[in-house]
Design a protein. Structure first.
Length: 268
C-alpha cells in the first residue's frame, strides 16, 4: 500500500503543481507505473475545480463561476495538457512531413495554428459548461477529467512512442502500460466518480446516466480518431499528442453530455 501511495504521489507531481512530500528513493520506473493513477488524479483536479465553481456560484453569475473553475484547473495543472494541444495544432497544422511535424512540436513558441486552436477549444469548453444544467454539472465535470485521462493513456498502450532522443518525462511513460493496468486505472477513476454521481438529485439520475454513457462513447470515438491520425501522420505518439488527446476527449465528453441532457429536457 505504501508503494502504491508513492506512485499516486508521483502521478500528482507529474500532472499537477500540487506540492507533494519528498519521494525517498525515487526511481525513473515509478513514473511509468504511476500512469494507472492518472484518471484518479483527474478526479482530484475535477473535484477542486467543482469546489471553486460551487464557491464562485454563491457570489457570481454562472458564466463567471465557470470561468473561475476553468482558471483554477489551468493553474492547478500548469496548462500542461493545453500546452500539448497547442503544440499539436502547430505541428500538424504547419508540418507537411513527419520530421517537420515533430520539429515544430518541439518549438516552445506558439504559432498561429496553436493560438487559434487553444482559443477555440477553451472558448467552446467555457460555452458548453455555462450551458450545462447546474444539478448535473459537478458529475459531468469530474467525469470529463477522469475519462479523458483514461482514454489518453490508452494511447500509451496502443501506439509506439516516436521520438528517439531523450524527451524528458514523456519518454519514461512509453511502452510501460498494458491492458490490465489500463482497465485498473479506469476502475479507480470510476470509483472516485461514483460518490459525486450518487449525490445528484435522484430525479436527475436517469438523465445523468444516459448523458455519461453518451459522453463515454463520443470521447472514446475522439480518441480512436486521434490515435489513427497520429499513427498515419507520424507513426505513433509524443507527449504533446497525449495532452492534445486528453483535451479532445474532455471536450467531446462535455459536448456529448450537454447534447443528451438538452434532448432529454426538450422531449421530457
Amino acid at each position: 500500500m505504501k508503494r502504491q501511495f508513492l506512485l499516486f504521489l508521483v502521478a500528482i507531481q507529474f500532472l499537477t503543481r500540487l506540492p507533494v512530500p519528498h519521494l525517498d528513493g525515487f526511481q525513473a520506473s515509478w513514473l511509468a507505473q504511476s500512469t494507472r493513477y492518472f484518471p484518479l488524479v483527474g478526479a482530484l483536479i475535477g473535484l477542486i475545480g467543482v469546489g471553486v465553481w460551487w464557491l464562485g456560484s454563491m457570489c457570481f453569475p454562472p458564466a463567471v463561476a465557470v470561468g473561475l473553475m476553468m482558471s483554477a484547473s489551468l493553474l492547478l495543472t500548469g496548462a500542461f495538457h493545453e500546452d500539448g494541444f497547442a503544440d499539436v495544432c502547430d505541428g500538424f497544422g504547419g508540418g507537411r512531413t513527419r520530421d517537420a511535424v515533430l520539429s515544430i512540436m518541439k518549438d516552445s513558441r506558439v504559432g498561429a495554428f496553436g493560438a487559434v486552436g487553444i482559443a477555440m477549444m477553451l472558448g467552446l469548453k467555457w460555452s458548453i459548461l455555462v450551458s450545462h444544467p447546474r444539478a448535473t454539472l459537478p458529475a459531468i465535470v469530474m467525469g470529463a477529467h477522469v475519462v479523458s485521462r483514461w482514454w489518453a493513456i490508452g494511447l500509451i498502450w496502443r501506439l509506439p512512442y516516436v521520438r528517439t532522443e531523450a524527451d524528458g518525462k514523456s519518454k519514461a511513460l512509453a511502452g510501460n502500460l498494458g491492458g490490465a493496468q489500463w482497465l485498473l486505472s479506469g476502475a479507480l477513476g470510476a470509483l472516485a466518480l461514483l460518490p459525486v454521481c450518487l449525490l445528484v438529485d435522484p430525479a436527475a439520475g436517469p438523465r445523468l446516466a444516459l448523458a455519461l454513457l453518451a459522453a463515454l462513447a463520443l470521447s472514446a470515438a475522439s480518441i480512436l480518431v486521434a490515435g489513427a491520425y497520429f499513427r498515419t501522420r507520424i507513426g505513433g505518439y509524443t507527449g504533446d499528442c497525449l495532452g492534445a488527446a486528453q483535451q479532445l476527449a474532455e471536450l467531446a465528453f462535455l459536448l456529448a453530455a450537454l447534447g443528451v441532457l438538452g434532448v432529454v429536457q426538450r422531449t421530457g
